[in-house]
Design a protein around this ligand. Sequence first.
Ligand code: LER
Ligand code: MN
Length: 271
Amino acid sequence: MKLALVVSTSDAAFDALAFKGDLLKGVEMARRIGYDAVEIAVRDPKVVNVKELRGLLDELKMPVVAVGTGQAYLAEGLSITSEDPLVRRRALDRLKDHIDFASIFGAKVIVGLIRGKREKRAFESVLQLFIESLNELADHAAKKGVELVIEPLNRYETDFINTLQDAKLVLESLNRRNIGILADTFHMNIEEASIEESIRNFGAWIKHFHVADSNRWAPGSGHLNFDSILKALHEVDYAGYISVECLPLPGGQEEAATLAFKTLQNSLKKL
Ligand code: LER
Ligand code: MN
């Protein structure tokens, strides 16, 4: 298992100085600490200067393991289960742009908040829209050699797919090889009865993994047991990346990323 760091950037076009500055600083920091790769969030790949980004990452020899897409939902309200066909189409087209973008880096594409919310709608009708959308995206992703990962999120962020079991049911009815689950310890700590048991039960579906401690601070600052979490991942032969996605706490970005790295390395050594 290799370690990656989610590099946070301001939501701006790639050519905006703030985005480039944040990204460069984050990737350099990840490399300095010892991380093997980074994960980035991109609201709209069309505003990213891909050639320049690629050059920057190649120079630093840091692969991108996954691309987050939630900003498109948060900033623009794009959702692939929207009842409005125009919004749904824009969300699907945006995710196809994310897939094309990810294919350049060999990264996975995260389906998190962009799946939208159920709100007052019947579960079955939202599920049907989700499945239709995912089938279309899986076709596009297969042509590009990209994998999609559905991330169960806690109840305070969405009311649609909160647990690994929820995600597994969707994946079973889809029966596509290039879609899996992104499990995140922060959400699992709220929604799963046992993080370790759920990893053991749904291990075959887990294709990406996010870590933060119980308080969403760096691993090592809350009450999650990363020795037993990584042991469970090891037992199900998880061979992907463990991406640190935590608040810049304690002590700011560098201190948090360093503590996370040390905590995880320490647990990995015990395997
Ligand atoms: C994204 O990976 C995530 O975990 C969500 O909580 C973002 O809102
Ligand atoms: Mn996450």
